[in-house]
Design a protein around this ligand. Sequence first.
Ligand code: PGA
Length: 240
Amino acid sequence: MKVIKVKNYQQLSEIASVMVSDLLVLKPDATLGLATGSTPIGLYQHLINKYQKHKISFKNVKTYNLDEYCDLPKNHQESYYTFMHKNLFDHVDINEENIHIPSSEGDDLEKRCEEYNSMLNRATIDLQVLGIGSNGHIGFNEPNTPFDQETFIVKLTEKTRIDNQRFFNSLDEVPHYAITMGIKNIMNAKQILLLASGKSKAEAIKTLVTGEITEKFPASILKKHPNVIVIIDEEAASLI
Ligand code: PGA
């Protein structure tokens, strides 16, 4: 695991975007694993900018998102489907059929998981973008998720619901369940780029960098992956 410390969120976003765009230049039909949340928004803005300057194209890029809330319609303003379109897909030349986001619509959620998992197992993700939860979650793999877990329905911890409350009108509106890639799916990516910014991530980054590998802290498994780059800003790095 290589840790790169940068000054601030702007630098973090810029450096991450160079890594992603270098890949797209070398491999225009790359498969990206994408994340939602506040952290990757700057990265996506830089990628849109590079696309507008004709430096990169998403024409042949395929994407797989980490997760999606249950009990929110796809077009809800806080669904990850909406987030990805608003923050990246609507502004670049990606083909809608190359976009993959877990679907929690319909009755048979177990079937939705199996379908997404089979798709993931047929794909090879060249680069997986990750954020990290303050409790060490990656995707929505909450503490004590088995490391060999594949795509599943997760009950979100209260900590995660409270962390995500800022996107909703009240805590009551934050979904209790989500569908998420499992840790095993994430570990199958050829390369992983984890981004963390701000004081609220400092404790998690300390545990990631200095702690042991344990299912109590899901991100710790990344130490076993051969190709992980962690980019953190000064505030996120303040406890290491
Ligand atoms: P954030 O979320 O980018 O909104 O901080 C990260 C995560 O929970 O994985």
